[in-house]
Design a protein around this ligand. Structure first.
Ligand SMILES: [Fe+2]
Length: 134
């Protein structure tokens, strides 16, 4: 059983957003599993890099779509994205500078962040995208 299982409740009803989120969740599961197995700094670092890279790519995709429809909540939504990226990059810097330990609080924090962001902010975006396409 995965640490963070995809459920229908997480579905926002937009195909690119939903498939991006599934990929993010799978990367987070990889990170969690590698931590649980006590993998070394090299492997953890690589998964963390990929998680950050993919998160940036995903956020950019959402932001491009928001701009395309002149989304009214663009600024607030982007602010949530920017804040998360900053926190994760800070975390990565600490990880790179330190002994290669990541606490399980990291995956817990990321999981909660994703759930909250998807359930509120991204669901609003998905319905606005749907409306704009209609
Ligand atoms: Fe988002």
């Amino acid at each position: 059983m995965a640490y963070f299982a995809w459920t229908d409740e997480l579905q926002v009803g937009n195909s690119f957003i939903d498939s991006d989120h599934q990929k993010l969740i799978s990367l987070l599961n990889q990170l969690h599993e590698a931590m649980a197995q006590g993998q070394g700094k090299n492997i953890l670092g690589k998964i963390l890099d990929e998680l950050i890279r993919y998160t940036r790519e995903h956020f950019k995709r959402e932001e491009d779509h928001m701009q395309k429809i002149r989304y009214a909540d663009f600024a607030a939504h982007k602010q949530e994205h920017d804040k998360l990226i900053k926190e994760v990059v800070d975390l990565q810097a600490k990880f790179n500078a330190g002994n290669g330990m990541l606490s399980v609080q990291v995956s817990g924090f990321l999981r909660n962040w994703l759930i909250n962001h998807i359930m509120k902010t991204d669901k609003l975006l998905a319905s606005a995208l749907k409306q704009a396409a209609a």
